[in-house]
Design a protein around this ligand. Sequence first.
Ligand code: NAD
Length: 349
Amino acid sequence: MSIFSSPAFDDHEEVHFFDDPATGLRAIIAIHDTTLGPAAGGCRMKTYDSEDDAVTDALRLSRGMTYKAVMANLPYGGGKSVIIGDPHSEKTEALFRAFGRAVESLGGRYHTGEDMGVTMQDMDWAAQESAYVHGTTASEAQDPSPDTAVGVLAGIIAAVKHKLGRHDLKGLGVAVQGLGNVGYHLCRLLAAEGARLSVADVDADLVARCAAEFEAVAVPSDEIYAVDAEVFAPCAVGAILNDQTIGLLECDIVAGSANNQLLEERHGQALSQAGILYAPDYVINAGGFISVADEMVAGRRDEQRVLRRLHGIGDLLGEIFSRAASEGRATSEIADAIAGEKLAAKKAG
Ligand code: NAD
């Protein structure tokens, strides 16, 4: 893989590779941009089809964190780390302590916490080696997923208002893909708003739980795209909006928590051309970051301030939707343009 010419590289400031045979750690830490402050972004543990895939994942996620921070007005830059390995069978204290030492070696230019495949207990091990590890069992914010779900709900409400002229979700259909940490909490919130849920996950137990608790209709994983519902909420993995799936969609709105939902930038335009309103991922899924950053910035978490900022996600999306409509451009383009403008203004001074 040629890293510098990869589209995912996109002017990264630093990319670090860590290989520690003694503990089995193989990790990548990508730091995209530190204009707004030290880079912040979770640590993901995953088996990848190839090392190139792991690098691309780290780069795309890291860039997304820069955009997420600038759009949410947080004093952080964008970074991300991936540990290559099976989170079910390859976790050890020694491995996460080695990861902590890797984070520490960057001297505070990168702050981390948990992401997919990584738990707060894992971060406790890493935090023994580094002051720049957050999201441990001792943190006030604990699991950021419920706050991410609150932000996604605010985004769905804003999208429904813009696209359908409705002020509530009563009776509206929402198809949720992925019922893990965020997806489950989102289903709980949507059910409380009176939405009709269709749900899919590759884990049958999670599907059964949502079906039982929220009267959700269980849908096979590969059929969730084609569910006839007002909203499709992707809350599983990235790159799920692509040439194969966009033509299947029967929804008016795509709004969910997954990172990097568009396989390529052009898929944002494809959604727009199909008449589907897309809530840009790094805007709608910033709730967890907002929640964790509140404690990191202020030293103490303020519940009311966090809640206000989570609801602000809906207001910001409303502005993006309106600007996209008036300029006849895709919402993903508008979000990238606003993030780029804000970053350039900060860089300029
Ligand atoms: P998670 O691992 O808890 O849940 C993901 C779920 O998706 C799992 O239950 C998994 O079985 C399911 N899944 C995987 N592939 C699937 C497929 N093809 N079809 C259906 N289901 C599938 O992760 P999470 O913390 O809930 O995060 C979900 C998404 O939101 C991820 O993309 C994550 O990067 C993003 N995100 C999460 C947070 C957060 O606060 N947790 C914040 C921002 C963004």
